[in-house]
Design a protein around this ligand. Structure first.
Ligand code: NDP
Length: 320
């Protein structure tokens, strides 16, 4: 298998692997620990140096961080300096007014809890998970800045901020000289919103871009071509992929995209990852997985990631 490639994250000196692994699904307390452990070790062995978490990943909330911490300490002790570990706060985490949103109170308390669950002194990247319209952006940015000053994170990032919110946030970060280096946002063939203006804004501020759900939670694979398999995210009661998203129109698009992938001798998942990585502003594709085999399949994109203008046109035609 081809070796992992690394890109600088925006204008920072931090390099991220082209493919990173996210622990949103399949690493919680409801999942089989041994499978989660195998995926983390398999990924790391193959050059996936970046693992992405959040306070609320599980279920239950917090348990993905516990799983990750357990693997880190039992199997990967001694490798901390070869890894980039991120976590986030921004969604509901605990009852009352201080367990959700973007206040200084919530963000700093949540980071402490995340560090405790992973048994770490610091993370590499701490994100505000989503914009909070009820908290001044300045307060959230000052909280991220404080987390850096406390030595609890090396870098900070924004997630799912609009282009305008990103500009506001980055003006504050530049003034504070806070190492805010990355934006995490959804991007895949079925969701191209960031192409409108966010990508330009990221370039303007020298921010890296890590894209989540590059496989549209599994839709951009061969998984749903004939039915909804019982072990799939769409079938699981704890999954976030709604069965309603799997319409006849989607399936016919997926079939056409699958033919394009086949003509390139690759899987649809590989084509979907190659497609997000084609964009120079995209630093890393943040995939999820439920098995080692899926990670293996997705990594093979590294052997065939160039897309011709003709192929891109064919894809655009399917998506129109
Ligand atoms: P993907 O779009 O990569 O979907 C992953 C799912 O696709 C897997 O769980 C699996 O589903 C299926 N899959 C993966 N590879 C294959 C394959 N080769 N063949 C068949 N099926 C495959 O990403 P996610 O939606 O999981 O998001 C990735 C990460 O992004 C998250 O873990 C999280 O870290 C981050 N994220 C961040 C958000 C934010 O707000 N900042 C929001 C959402 C995600 P199945 O379980 O059915 O097998």
């Amino acid at each position: 298998m081809k070796k992992m490639t690394f890109q600088f994250c925006g204008k920072s000196g931090l390099q991220l692997p082209s493919i990173s692994l996210g622990l949103w699904h399949n690493f919680g307390s409801v999942d089989v620990y041994e499978n989660s452990r195998k995926m983390i070790l398999y990924a790391f062995d193959r050059g996936i140096t970046h693992f992405d978490l959040a306070n609320n990943y599980g279920p239950e909330s917090g348990s993905a961080e516990e799983t990750f911490g357990r693997v880190l300490h039992n199997d990967l002790a001694g490798y901390r300096d070869q890894m980039i570990i991120s976590t986030k706060a921004g969604y509901y985490m605990w009852p009352g007014p201080y367990g959700d949103g973007g206040s200084r109170k919530y963000l700093l308390a949540s980071l402490d809890q995340s560090l405790q669950r992973m048994n770490l002194n610091y993370v590499d990247i701490f994100y505000h998970h989503r914009p909070d319209p009820d908290t001044p952006i300045e307060e959230s940015m000052l909280a991220l800045d404080q987390a850096v000053k406390q030595g609890k994170t090396l870098y900070v990032g924004l997630s799912s901020y609009t282009s305008e919110q990103t500009k506001q946030a980055m003006r504050i970060m530049q003034e504070l000289r806070t190492p805010c280096i990355i934006h995490q946002v959804k991007y895949n063939m079925f969701d191209r919103d960031i192409e409108r203006d966010l990508l330009n804004t990221l370039k303007e501020f020298g921010l890296g871009c890590i894209v989540f759900s590059p496989l549209a939670q599994g839709l951009l694979t061969e998984k749903y071509l004939t039915d909804i398999p019982p072990d799939s995210r769409a079938a699981k009661p704890t999954g976030f992929l709604n069965k309603d998203a799997i319409t006849d129109q989607r399936i016919s698009q997926i079939k056409e995209l699958n033919s394009i992938a086949q003509s390139r001798n690759q899987s649809l998942a590989q084509l979907a990852v190659a497609w997000v990585l084609r964009h120079k502003s995209v630093t890393s594709a943040l995939i999820g997985a439920s098995s080692v085999e899926q990670i293996d399949d997705n990594l093979k994109v590294l052997e065939n990631s160039e897309l011709s203008a003709e192929e891109l046109k064919q894809i655009d035609n399917v998506l129109q």
